[in-house]
Design a protein around this ligand. Structure first.
Ligand SMILES: Cc1cc2nc3c(=O)[nH]c(=O)nc-3n(C[C@H](O)[C@H](O)[C@H](O)COP(=O)(O)OP(=O)(O)OC[C@H]3O[C@@H](n4cnc5c(N)ncnc54)[C@H](O)[C@@H]3O)c2cc1C
Length: 389
């Protein structure tokens, strides 16, 4: 008996709705922001008002309670339309830490506002300048003082801190352990940014290759109410790990959307552009890189769907989520290269948006996790080889 697997475009109503919004934000909108390094406020407002950014928040808190697969479709469609979700994607998933580990009172206090968009929780302070990927060794300290914690330290690449009301902060509440429990001693706090700047927190813009609204944070005695500690003190690293699979899958969806945009743009141009009296796409040297990127994108989508299906079934999905992110990031980078090359000199012309998307998709090789660290995870935890670092 032949079994068929229907894999077409799932969640068609979400795809149609997101595409309709994205139509109002063409390349010229993004190029204008890029030049001034400004935040896409109107775009984020449109997505918020349509309810897409509350997709993963349960209905009892005012969200739409959709599965992760639906959220991945939202992000894929944004990127596939030539837009960029980086300005607001974190609103979808940072709240997961609060949802899974926050107290009933914290959830009641914050989740309805996050679901409606009245409260923006889209900044996540983990990376530090001196420790990088070695998160367990981070140095920012939170010391208990009565009913507050006092924060000293520094974060780097904290994106959207200037456009966020709340920040999820990972800080050290006891010294780093040498043993296998290296992650112990870190805690997660919900910091109200509206009440912090100038009172022990300074936020500085960090200009980057892409318009990512990212910042550096300097903590010098910021007082955070102990009531804003999420879950148990010292368990923050474990809470962080709990949220990583969702993040990997959602970022893979963005890369997949980019790959689809590049492939469509390259294919259209390859069919239209006539050089030496024939369409350039008739040359295998032009056609094959696009076809290869297409094949790799299809494969990445399968892994992404598998990872999301496991996640939504509450099954373990670490390997699949990481592989999906790796394959989708590679597929989008190859598709970007093929698209750039297919356009010849025009690939570099700003008005084609290719160079912007090409710069944007390069990020997925590095953040939120670099390719090497995914390979190290697979080598050690899936294939059982010795830890390489
Ligand atoms: C635009 C942008 C936005 C970001 N937004 C956020 C954010 O909102 N919040 C946040 O907390 N962070 C954010 N980051 C930080 C991001 O997560 C890190 O840049 C990323 O995890 C890599 O860490 P690093 O830059 O410190 O590189 P490092 O850890 O210094 O690594 C440098 C290079 O060495 C490689 N490397 C390191 N150790 C090993 C090893 N053992 N084996 C093999 N290779 C290794 C890495 O793969 C990498 O290529 C952002 C970064 C960027 C660029």
């Amino acid at each position: 008996m032949t079994q068929s697997i229907a894999l077409g475009e799932d969640y068609p109503e979400i795809r149609t709705g997101v595409r309709a919004i994205c139509k109002n934000f063409p390349g010229s909108y993004w190029r204008g922001l890029d030049e001034k390094q400004e935040y896409p406020e109107a775009f984020v407002t449109a997505l918020t008002e349509a309810g897409y950014l509350g997709a993963l928040i349960p209905e009892e808190y005012g969200g739409t309670g959709l599965p992760l697969r639906a959220a991945s479709v939202i992000l894929e469609e944004i990127h596939r339309s030539g837009c960029n979700a980086a300005a607001c994607h974190a609103q979808l998933y940072i709240m997961g830490t609060l949802l899974r580990h926050g107290s009933a009172a914290q959830k009641q206090q914050f989740l309805p506002g996050i679901a409606s968009g009245a409260l923006r929780l889209q900044a996540f302070g983990v990376t530090e300048p001196s420790t990088g990927t070695d998160t367990t060794q981070l140095k920012t300290r939170a010391v208990r003082d009565g009913d507050h914690f006092v924060i000293h330290g520094q974060k780097v690449w904290t994106s959207r801190a200037l456009q966020s009301d709340l920040l999820l902060l990972l800080a050290r509440t006891s010294p780093a352990a040498e043993d296998k429990k290296r992650g112990n001693g870190l805690s997660v706090f919900l910091v109200d940014l509206r009440d912090s700047v100038g009172k022990g927190l300074e936020i500085r813009k960090l200009p980057a290759m892409i318009n990512h609204n990212t910042t550096e944070l300097f903590f010098d005695g910021l007082r955070v109410p102990a009531a804003n500690l999420i879950g148990e003190e010292g368990k923050g690293f474990r809470y962080l790990l709990d949220g990583l699979n969702a993040e990997r899958i959602l970022i893979a969806a963005e890369a997949l959307g980019d790959a689809r945009w590049f492939i469509r743009t390259a294919t259209d141009y390859a069919k239209e552009r006539i050089v030496f009296d024939r369409p350039i796409g008739q040359n295998q040297g032009v056609q094959f890189p696009i076809a290869r990127a297409y094949a790799e994108t299809e494969a990445a989508e399968l892994m992404l769907r598998k990872a999301a299906a496991l996640f939504d079934a509450a099954e373990a999905c670490g390997p699949e989520a990481n592989i999906a992110k790796l394959l989708a990031a590679d597929a989008s980078w190859k598709a970007g290269e093929a698209c750039m090359q297919t356009h010849g000199g025009f690939g570099l012309a700003r008005e084609y948006d290719i160079e912007r998307k090409w710069r944007e998709t390069r990020l997925f090789q590095i953040a939120p996790i670099s390719t090497n660290l995914i390979l190290a995870y697979l080598g050690e935890h899936v294939l059982g080889m010795p830890r390489s670092y």
